[in-house]
Design a protein around this ligand. Structure first.
Ligand SMILES: N[C@@H](CCC[C@H](N)C(=O)O)C(=O)O
Length: 289
């Protein structure tokens, strides 16, 4: 029998993750293994997987090792790779704190989207510096059934299409990815957010995530929504010189997003570890094949 490997389970506003601590990058995690672990019925269940590796031990992170000791090797629930996961990096930091690798305060985490600065409160929220949003030009239309809406392109390291709707129920079941046009708009796929207003600088969203389906939260998505809502409201901190803060309700909780005059975006919310255990390697090897 193969040696079991350790896992933890955590979530940030109910965007949930299987966490695999692997400082030396010794565990092979092909897409089929990730998908099996994230399966909610036959596996552990998760929107995605956080592979916790020292930057020095991972070829994609080696160049960041001087800035950040740890690399978040993030995978979507279907096994695909994504550039960035905003809730994931907050849960990743909470894991490092719990494992004793870091204490509360500031730390740097390497991601495929670059090095991110995270601030951990001992028993409270975790804040991440998400970098700047890019707002590529281009008209995109997102559809659900007979309804369609113009969507704003927002890139937070990963691609988002943000559509303002009258009612979040109009997004339907979101069992499959909402179609968009032109079809060439997102050659690598896209995360789609549906947004309604709740009050001044306060919105609510649902999201269909690339590689995971509908999730109960998406951190990069919440940042994309906050920026799209601010621009729609005529607010641009780079112009006013004043930070803009938006509250974004997601089905799994609330995230608070601040965009500063230099364009840097910070996101704050809870990050929780809920369980730890070990994975039966015979099961995993069978599940992969
Ligand atoms: N849930 C994440 C985003 C994860 C990546 C996304 N599905 C993609 O493929 O870009 C978040 O909290 O940002």
């Amino acid at each position: 029998m193969s040696t079991p490997i350790a896992f933890l389970k955590g979530h940030g506003t109910e965007n949930d993750f299987v966490i695999i601590p692997d400082p030396d990058n010794a565990i092979d995690l092909p897409p089929a293994a990730v998908a099996a672990l994230c399966d909610r019925r036959a596996g552990l269940g998760g929107d995605g997987l956080l592979h916790v590796v020292r930057s020095a031990a991972h070829p994609e992170a080696k160049a960041m090792e001087a800035e950040a000791e740890w690399f978040m090797d993030y995978r979507n629930g279907d096994g695909s790779i994504a550039e960035m996961c905003g809730n994931g990096v907050r849960v990743f930091a909470r894991y490092l704190q719990r494992a004793g690798h870091v204490t509360e305060g500031d730390l740097a985490v390497a991601t495929r989207g670059g090095v991110k600065t995270v601030h951990i409160d001992k028993d409270g929220d975790v804040t991440v510096g998400m970098g700047r949003a890019r707002l590529p030009e281009g008209d995109v239309t997102v559809s659900v059934g007979e309804r369609s809406w113009p969507a704003r392109n927002v890139n937070m390291g990963n691609p988002h299409a943000v559509a303002f709707v009258d009612d979040l129920a109009h997004a339907g079941t979101l069992y499959s990815a909402p179609p968009f046009s032109p079809a060439s708009a997102y050659p690598d796929g896209v995360n789609v957010e549906f947004v309604v207003d709740r009050g001044p600088a306060h919105v609510a969203m649902r999201v269909h995530e690339r590689g995971s389906g509908e999730t109960r939260s998406c951190g990069t998505g919440a940042c994309a929504v906050a920026v799209a809502a601010a621009r729609r409201d005529g607010t641009d901190p780079a112009v006013t010189g004043t930070p803009a803060t938006y509250t974004v309700d997601v089905p799994g909780g609330t995230l608070v997003i601040t965009e500063r005059p230099d364009g840097e975006i910070e996101m704050t919310g809870p990050a929780v570890i809920v369980a730890e255990g070990s994975i039966d390697m015979d099961w995993l090897e069978n599940a992969e094949s």
